[in-house]
Design a binder for this molecule. Structure first.
Ligand SMILES: [Zn+2]
Length: 291
């Protein structure tokens, strides 16, 4: 998979019609519509990984369908029709298709409807180990500060702030702040497990917020500021349980909840990299050595 984010592949006329001019291939004609191999779907134009085959499902709609994207790979915009949500490759901006929610196809209740022609496929056995990525999701108060402190860590490939753990699709910041959706402000961290382990990231998480505070972090009060780890595999769960035991053995009354990750809803663009954009420093998060 491409390491050079500026690389662009030559496109055919038909590829240009869809990828550049936002066209749509005819249903049931694309080569990945009924494709069931294990591997990763990448952007035809720039080679960036977009979707894992494990998130592909059969919607019988005529186009490849996925209920999740590789973190950070896909951007969503209001379509030119003003109604649908267009999806594009977040690296090169190439048109992929549209995303729909609330149709009830899978538990995540999301359908990325993607043109086959916008993608290429790499079978699992050809994916190099160095391309391995893992995702961790931490909620520990205002997500601006959490992102600021994780971003600088070696091995962290990508960070994204958003909302998780509630019961409304596509929540807005205002809805989350109104305490009616049950979401926590959270950070999704994509990391290279060859460079940093989940345990080190989780230790950092426990050291940059106060895990003993219930439904608040310093001046920020409310259930959206609760302390919670949304684990994405069983190993993360075990490591988190172990770290909580260590903190408890040191006398801390840990309030951090452990929950299996559900849909992570990306926050509005102005919240992403907030401190990097505004030049400020977090008021709510400071590092305290606890391990
Ligand atoms: Zn691309």
């Amino acid at each position: 998979m491409s390491q050079d984010s500026t690389k662009r592949n030559e496109l055919t006329q038909e590829e240009k019609r869809v990828i550049i001019n936002k066209g749509t291939e005819r249903p049931f004609t694309g080569k990945y519509e009924d494709h069931k191999e294990e591997g990763v779907y990448i952007c035809k134009q720039c080679g960036s990984p977009l979707y894992n085959s494990s998130d592909k499902f059969d919607a019988h709609c005529g186009w490849p369908s996925f209920d999740d994207e590789i973190p950070g790979a896909v951007e969503k915009h209001v379509d030119a029709d003003g109604v649908r949500t267009e999806i594009t490759c977040s690296n090169c901006g190439g048109h992929l298709g549209h995303v729909f929610t609330g149709e009830g196809f899978t538990e995540k209740n999301v359908r990325h409807c993607v043109n086959s022609i916008s993608m290429d496929f790499i079978p699992a056995d050809q994916i190099k180990l160095s391309d391995k990525q893992e995702v961790a999701i931490f909620a520990g108060g205002c997500f601006w500060g959490v992102e600021h402190l994780f971003k600088k860590t070696t091995g962290v490939l990508e960070t994204e702030v958003g909302y998780i753990g509630g019961y409304k699709a596509n929540p807005t910041y205002e809805e989350v702040c109104s305490h009616t959706t049950g979401h926590a402000e959270a950070l999704r961290v994509t990391f290279d497990p060859g460079l940093i382990g989940f345990e080190e990231l989780a230790k950092l998480f426990f050291e940059i917020h106060d895990p003993t505070q219930v439904n608040r972090q310093g001046p920020d009060i409310g259930d959206q500021y609760r302390s919670e780890i949304f684990y994405t595999n069983n190993s993360q769960k075990r490591i988190s349980e172990n770290l909580i035991k260590i903190l408890e053995s040191k006398g801390l009354k840990v309030a951090t909840k452990l929950t299996s990750a559900t849909t992570f809803w990306q926050a509005e663009r102005y919240h992403q990299d907030y401190y990097a954009k505004t030049g400020g420093t977090p008021y709510c998060h400071i590092y305290t050595k606890r391990f």
